[in-house]
Every structure is written in C-alpha cells, then in structure tokens.
Design a protein around this ligand. Structure first.
Ligand code: PLP
Length: 441
C-alpha cells in the first residue's frame, strides 16, 4: 500500500454510530483528538470501521514499535495463548517472565547485575520505581521536572507536571516532590543560551535548591525522562544528564529514569539514556516493550532492588503472553529495527528541516531517532505558541488519512513504528506539507 484511502466523510457512518454509543457508555475522561474508530491494522496502515485506510505516525502513542500486528509477535502471542494465559507471577513462577527478566537485565546499561520487576503499564512501572527508591534509601523527598509526564495513578501523577487538568480535584497528592525546570533550550526557563549558560538549570539545583530549601541528604531520587515525551519531545543538551547525575551521586540520590516513551529502540538506541552516557540506577519501561500487549517493567541495579517479599507486586504483572510478545519484540529490535530508527529518523528530520526553511510557523524541529517533533509558533522571533495551528494541522492531516498526535502545548509528534520505510516517510511528509500550507501561511 502506498497512500491512505479515505472513501467516506470522516467520521464515516459506522464510526459515527459507535462514537455516539461511546458517549453514552464510556468514561468521558479520555482525550480524543479526532474521531478514529479502529478496526484492524498492519505495519503502519490502520483501517477504520468504515473501510478507510490511514497512515499511522503515532504507533498507538509510541507503543507498536514493530508495527501493528507484526507476524512474529502475533506468532509468539498465539503460541503462548495455547499454553497458558495466567497463573500470576506474584505467587508463582513463569518461565517466560524469568527469561525476559534475564534479557532486560543484560540489556540495561551499566556494569553489574540488575533485577527486574514487572507490572502492566507505564504508570505502574513509575509507581514501582518511586516506591523502590523510597524503600532502598528510606528518604522521603524527590525531585521531578516541569513538563514531565509519568502516568496517572496517584504516585505517578504526583511526579507528573504536564497539564493541570491531569491533577484537578485530585489533591492532596503524594507529598515531598519538588518540580524543577527541564532543559528546554528552545524556551530556556532562565532565558539563557546553551552552551554559554554552563548548564545553569543543573547548577541551580545544587547552588540554590540544595542550599536554601531541600536538604540533599533527604532526597531519595531524581526522576527524569531522558527526552521529555508528552511535554513536547524535548531533547536536553548532551551533558545535561551527566551533570545532573554527578550531583545526584554526590549526595547519594538515586537517578531514576523514565524510559516509558523513549525506550526500546525508539531513539536509535535500546535505551535513550545511552545517548547521554549515564547508567541510571533504576529504569521504568512500558509502551514499546511488547508491541501493544500491556506490560510495564522496572530494571534496577541488583543491590538497589532490595525490597522484601510482600513489599510490592501485581496480580497481572508480567503476564506470560505479554512477556512472549516482549521477547519477540526485542529480537526484532536487535535484528535491525533500532538501526532503522536511526536511518529513517534522520531522513524524517531532514525532510522536516527542509520544510522549516519555507514555513515560518515551524519554530523548532527536534528529536532523536523516530522520536521527532515540530513546535508551531506564530512567528520565529517571538516564538508565540501557535496551539490552534498545531491542532488544525492534526485534524486536517486526519481528514487526508495521516494519523498524528500532539505533544507539549503546541507541538506535533512523529512517532511511527520502527519498521517505517522511506516511502512511508515521503507519504507522511507530502500530506504534512499540504496541510501546513493550508493552515498556516
Ligand atoms: N511515562 C512516560 C514518559 C509516558 O510517556 C507515559 C505515557 O504516555 C507514562 C509514563 C504512563 O504510561 P501509561 O499510560 O502506560 O500508564
């Protein structure tokens, strides 16, 4: 297949009926950008219930790393489903869970042994990281970042500082968390420029925060995304994590990295932190790990994962079908998909950078591998966020058969499956070009 195929008005008649029923029976708390009702999908091509075909540059929010329904993932899932669906890794042992734990422990960056905890989602992985950091250090305070998204359960939500609607009416949350500015150099919170700034945002933690309000010896963890995801695909400078990590180690603080969105090859390395030369103490994983089957995982240095039996667990965590999907996913990533993320990511970014020459509204094009974003502005000089243009571009792209999602206040993310081809990127760029021309001249 070369192009999307839209044969009804959108939403089509079947989609419209289902969306109406959804309004009656389904929680209104979900955020739907546009009325897509999915029926089936293969690779990057998604069919809706009316037979319209879309090109998917969302990968189900950066989840379907190997493309929709990769035959080898499906084969692994079917074989496991014939054997066993559930027994519970909480009270019993699963062969697949142990094999996957060994694989992840070997893959996780850094010297020495690692141990792995399994849950079902990104929020659960973060929740576990948060609890483990408290358990191990027996310290009560934590640092997290403005713009961060770590999930919606109470602990993960407490670490999140993305949109107020996510917190509205849910206070009080977990105490002891201080949010600090991330290295968002396009809009530096300190009005400085890298590298002349000398990483002022990092130095501020030690020189101001730790001197005035937060006793560093009471801080359990710094919880950070290698590249901010929901916050706007914000890539920090190359030495940001190294410097922050140096400060963390000076005070015995754990460096807890949320790789839920950046992990599993998306940025062109298995773990995005490998770009920054830091070996984290704890890593939270989910999304791309099992190509769409629900799975969350936490890797930690073995000496850190010292909690006792009964201190944390989950009935469904590390489900054997999800674990088999993860093993098949990792095999595919190692066989070539991570490399494809590097090659196609550069191609995608080059195409977007070329458009940027002609479109004033494309204020910033940034990313790593296949985690790429365009930030929309009213004009380059004042950088006034053009949120409405961003939203219009996403809606119009949908009408033309291209699936995109927003991130941050005024950015669009491009997070296709790691199987994406140059021809699919050309198709995406061609639709994007048309749409941006229509929306923002
Ligand atoms: N952490 C990060 C970095 C994420 O991007 C997300 C979801 O977008 C989460 C955690 C939460 O994951 P989940 O929605 O699976 O709970």
């Amino acid at each position: 297949m070369k192009s999307p195929m839209i044969k009804t008005s959108l939403p089509g008649p079947r989609a419209r009926k289902l969306i109406e029923k959804d309004g009656t029976y389904v929680s209104p708390s979900y955020t739907r950008y546009y009325p897509l009702v999915v029926e089936k999908a293969r690779g990057l091509w998604v069919h809706d219930v009316d037979g319209n075909v879309f090109l998917d540059f969302t990968a189900g929010i950066a989840v379907c790393a190997t493309g929709h329904c990769h035959p080898r993932v499906i084969k692994a899932i079917k074989a496991q489903a014939d054997l066993l669906l559930h027994m519970s890794g909480t009270d019993f042992y699963y062969r697949t869970q142990i094999v996957l734990a060994e694989k992840l422990a070997c893959l996780a960056p850094g010297e020495g042994g690692k141990k792995v905890y399994f849950g079902n989602s990104g929020a659960e992985a973060v929740e576990a990281a948060f609890k483990l950091a408290r358990w191990h250090t027996q310290r009560e305070l934590n640092l997290a970042f403005y713009g961060a998204f770590h999930g919606r359960t109470m602990g993960a939500l407490s670490l999140t500082a993305s949109k107020t609607i996510q917190k509205k009416h849910y206070n009080p949350l977990v105490p002891g968390i201080t949010h600090i500015p991330y290295a968002y150099c396009y809009r530096c919170p300190y009005n400085l420029s890298y590298p002349q700034c000398g990483l002022g945002c990092v130095n501020w933690v030690e020189d101001t925060l730790f001197r005035t309000t937060i006793p560093p010896e009471e801080v359990a963890a710094i919880i950070v995304e290698p590249i901010q995801g929901e916050g706007g695909y914000i890539v920090p400078p190359p030495d940001f994590h190294l410097e922050l990590y140096r400060i963390a180690k000076k005070y015995g603080i754990l460096y807890v990295v949320d790789e839920v969105q950046t992990g599993m090859g998306r940025t062109g390395k298995m773990f995005a932190m490998e770009h920054f030369g830091v070996d984290p103490d704890i890593i939270a994983l989910a999304k791309g790990i099992a190509s769409g089957m629900p799975l969350g995982a936490l890797t930690a240095r073995a000496e850190i994962m010292d909690w006792e039996a009964g201190s944390h667990a989950s009935t469904f965590g590390g489900n054997p079908v999800s674990c088999q999907a993860a093993l098949a996913t990792i095999e595919l990533l190692e066989e070539g998909l991570i490399n494809n993320a590097v090659v196609q990511g550069e191609y995608l970014m080059a195409g977007l950078r070329e458009f940027q020459q002609s479109f004033e509204c494309m204020g910033d094009v940034r990313g790593k591998g296949l985690m790429v974003a365009v930030e929309f502005v009213k004009d380059r000089e004042n950088k006034k966020p053009a949120r409405e243009w961003r939203n219009e571009v996403i809606k119009k792209a949908f009408q033309k058969g291209l699936l995109l999602l927003g991130c941050g206040e005024n950015s669009i993310r491009f997070s296709p499956a790691l199987t994406v081809t140059a021809a699919e990127i050309d198709e995406c760029l061609s639709i994007f070009d048309d749409v941006v021309r229509e929306v923002a001249v």
